[in-house]
Design a protein around this ligand. Structure first.
Ligand SMILES: Cc1cc2nc3c(=O)[nH]c(=O)nc-3n(C[C@H](O)[C@H](O)[C@H](O)COP(=O)(O)OP(=O)(O)OC[C@H]3O[C@@H](n4cnc5c(N)ncnc54)[C@H](O)[C@@H]3O)c2cc1C
Length: 517
């Protein structure tokens, strides 16, 4: 491709890396580049935005700036609405091409992108957009989706450009501290550090040390924190690409092929489970891409308005800060508040408790969790919120018992004692249900709250309502339509026997479809 003198903008959004970055590679090949990051005050004022997201993004932007600097250009940081920032840059520099990845974001970013698109059209700017995950824009049918994902993930990694031609007379600027974006510290004292070097270190330690017991320990809130990859926030902000992660896992798996030792078998099982989850990442995001309304509106019509809004403020607050009187729920919430992460099963349990026992609307509890998860990814988050709240209409209703989960996942009480120190003296046998302990009289209602609801009664009421609703004559007709639009095609998820022409060969774990629909 000939080098042109006209500069092009590369708009970095949730793709803060130089490696495997097709828009950057393509733009750098053509001529001078303005690597642009826009800090949009309105975006950071959304109810799903949080201090922990911002500081993680800031780490990633800093690392990106270092990577760009090593290649000859600086990250150009601008503050303001994207259209205004682009208009100002156009006045200053006069670019006519913009390159970026497609984004599957929330309703706000969807509207923002449409405004940018209209502006580009009006000013004859060519905007080149590329997919960065397995999500397909304007998807017609889910048929063959899984095979498409495999093909895409097996494509060669795009090398980062050796040199980027900078645009002179353009100030780079730094990402301002979170206070400038109006974001106050939110108590996340043990947040993961952002940036590509941290992402690569996590990936390496997971694939070489931590991941061996992944399959066994992933649901345990203490051991799972080390055994899970913890790559989610890096994937959410694009510090590492899904393709890089998938190919690294496949490579590791391939190296263990033929080794019959227990050690290798354990690793292979864990890597297969992990690869399946990478698939789910995009499978869930595709739902929001195909139907953006599910951020606010139930999948299934019959479940609309099921839970009253606005939410009961007292229940919502008790759940959000770990004061429900159920030790395992409270420990999970407090841990999430302080670390910004909790494993999948605990996320599902927290939502189940809020939705079925506290009968809180998923839209409100979803916003609380969105702000608490450093890895908040709208495309995974909102479909998962609906799935765990029983509003998709086609998933198995799962109502978790937090007392049983506590005994199963935290048998020696290490996790509860760490996060709910008020219960330190309660014996193991009563730790998950301290109200049954002889010494409870001085504790409950004084140093630790009374149970906020009757667990058995609220579970029974929720079951009756949810299963009753499903027995209605026309419930399944609507479910079939949802399944048709969003469901995984099992045939596409299985090993077909045909060899993919692309390499390396992806993994197809047996349990892959377990949580999908
Ligand atoms: C109510 C609810 C909300 C969630 N919200 C988010 C979110 O905002 N952002 C997010 O990244 N994940 C979300 N998840 C999915 C999952 O819990 C996290 O991806 C996972 O716990 C992140 O930790 P990890 O990177 O160590 O995951 P690992 O277990 O190591 O998995 C590797 C990667 O696979 C993907 N993945 C794993 N589990 C799932 C899953 N169940 N569905 C889709 N993708 C998956 C993620 O990209 C993850 O980083 C949510 C789950 C629930 C139940």
């Amino acid at each position: 491709m000939p080098v042109t003198a006209t500069p092009a903008v590369v708009w970095f959004k949730r793709d803060l890396r130089t490696q495997d970055h097709r828009p950057l590679a393509a733009a750098a090949e053509r001529g001078p580049v303005i690597p642009l990051l826009v800090i949009e005050p309105e975006y950071w004022a959304q109810p799903d935005a949080a201090h922990r997201h911002y500081v993680f993004m800031r780490d990633c932007a800093q690392a990106l700036d270092e990577a760009l600097t090593a290649r000859g250009a600086r990250l150009v940081v601008r503050i303001g609405p994207a259209v205004e920032v682009l208009a100002e840059l156009r006045r200053q520099i006069g670019f006519s091409e913009m390159w970026s990845h497609e984004e599957t974001g929330n309703a706000w970013t969807y509207r923002r992108d449409r405004a940018v698109q209209a502006w580009c059209r009006a000013h004859k700017i060519t905007w080149h957009e590329f997919p960065q995950t397995g999500v397909i824009r304007r998807l017609k049918s889910r048929e063959g989706w899984a095979r498409h994902w495999d093909r895409l993930m097996a494509e060669p990694i795009v090398s980062d450009p050796d040199r980027i031609i900078p645009v002179p007379d353009i100030e780079p600027a730094l990402v301002p501290p979170p206070e400038c974006a109006g974001l106050a510290f939110d108590g996340c004292t043990e947040r993961q550090t952002g940036g590509r070097p941290a992402a690569l270190a996590r990936l390496h330690s997971f694939l070489n040390e931590r991941g061996k017991t992944y399959r066994r320990d992933m649901s345990n809130p203490l051991d799972g924190a080390a055994a899970c990859s913890r790559l989610s926030p890096y994937l959410a902000w694009g510090a590492v690409s899904m393709r890089e992660v998938a190919q690294s896992a496949w490579k590791q798996h391939a190296e263990l092929r033929g080794d019959t030792s227990g050690h290798a078998r354990e690793w292979r099982g864990s890597l297969a489970s992990f690869s399946g989850r990478l698939h789910w990442h995009c499978h869930f995001m595709q739902k929001l891409e195909s139907q953006p309304s599910i951020e606010h509106t139930e999948f299934h019509l019959a479940t609309r308005g099921l839970r009253p809004r606005p939410a009961d403020g007292q229940r919502l607050a008790a759940w959000a800060c770990g004061q429900t009187g159920f030790p395992f729920i409270d420990a999970c919430m407090r841990s999430l508040n302080a670390t910004g992460w909790i494993n999948f099963r605990m996320r599902a349990m927290l939502v189940s408790f809020a939705s079925y026992n506290l009968w809180l609307p998923w839209q409100d509890t979803g916003l609380v969790l969105a702000r608490l998860f450093t890895d908040y990814e709208p495309g995974i988050h909102w479909p998962q919120m609906q799935m765990q709240s029983g509003t998709t209409g086609i998933n198995t209703i799962r109502i978790y018992n937090p007392v049983k989960q506590g005994y199963d996942q935290d048998p020696d009480g290490r996790f509860v004692r760490r996060w709910v120190p008020e219960l330190a003296t309660v014996p193991d046998a009563f730790l998950q249900e301290p109200w049954n302990w002889d010494g409870a009289a001085d504790l409950i209602g004084y140093r630790y709250p009374e149970r906020i609801v009757d667990l058995e009664a609220t579970t029974a009421a929720a079951k009756e309502l949810m299963f009753g609703m499903r027995r209605a004559a026309d419930f399944h007709k609507a479910s079939d339509a949802i399944q048709e639009k969003h469901g995984s095609r099992k045939s596409g998820m299985r090993i077909t026997g045909k060899k993919s022409r692309a390499r390396p060969q992806p993994l197809r774990p047996k349990a892959q479809a377990q949580f999908e629909f």
